[in-house]
Design a protein around this ligand. Structure first.
Ligand code: ZN
Length: 229
């Protein structure tokens, strides 16, 4: 593999490992990485061994996959690039929120520090991307997010959408048709696990969404004072 391609692979792996740990109890696994990258678990194992040799992760077969300090620093840099690029593509170039993840995946490996700094400036140094994901700051700190998936939200509590996973563009497109985006007030009416749906209300009405979509949406419960009911 040429060094440039090897660099991309390293960046993709450390980023996915970092993102897995962004949520409570999140942990990257060989099968999870294989699924996300569309490769076999044995390819993942071989690459994890290489990343271990390169000092980016600590890993033993069947053990936990952890980033080293160097791996963490690389991941935070790439995630910052990815999320700033997504924000730039939406805010400055008018792309939709379901279009930008794939574009950012390509550009995150190529963008220079100079161009990235200018994008950051043009955007006014944002802390969140169009999906509500926190953008790591230049010093490596990550703006905190307290939000739970809709699947875990108790029925009847007023909440607000804080983040929507950018992993499933078709879910993002469907949510757009329901006028659901980051900041939308939302209430879970009922969990219907047997039907695989969650019934919600939004300012534009009641809707049934799939458990997958509900899992992709993270919301914070609003304090009772902000609760209109
Ligand atoms: Zn993305």
């Amino acid at each position: 593999m040429d060094p440039q391609a090897a660099g991309r692979v390293a960046e993709d792996y450390v980023t996915l490992i970092w993102k897995a740990s962004e949520w409570p109890h999140g942990q990257a696994t060989t099968t999870g990485l294989a699924d996300r990258l569309g490769v076999t678990p044995s390819t993942v194992s071989a690459n994890l061994k290489k990343l271990t040799r390169d000092g980016l992760i600590t890993y033993r077969p069947y053990g936990p996959i952890r980033l080293t300090e160097a791996g963490e620093a690389l991941a935070v840099t790439v995630v910052r690039r990815h999320r700033l690029i997504e924000t730039y593509l939406v805010n400055c170039l008018g792309l939709r929120w379901d279009q930008v993840h794939h574009e950012a995946d390509l550009l995150e490996h190529a963008v220079s520090d100079l161009v990235l700094a200018r994008m950051d400036e043009a955007l006014g140094h944002p802390e969140r991307d169009p999906h509500g994901d926190p953008i790591p700051q230049p010093d490596g700190t990550v703006p905190p997010t307290e939000a739970a998936p809709l699947t875990a939200l108790p029925p009847g509590k007023s909440a607000r959408v804080m983040r929507v996973s950018d992993r499933h563009p078709e879910v993002l497109r469907y949510l757009s048709t329901l006028n659901i985006t980051v900041g939308t007030p939302i209430t879970v009416l009922e969990h219907l696990p047997a039907a695989g749906i969650v019934r919600i209300t939004t300012p534009t009405g009641t809707a049934d969404i799939s458990s997958t979509a509900a899992h992709d949406i993270r919301a914070e419960i609003l304090p009772p004072s902000a609760d209109p009911t």
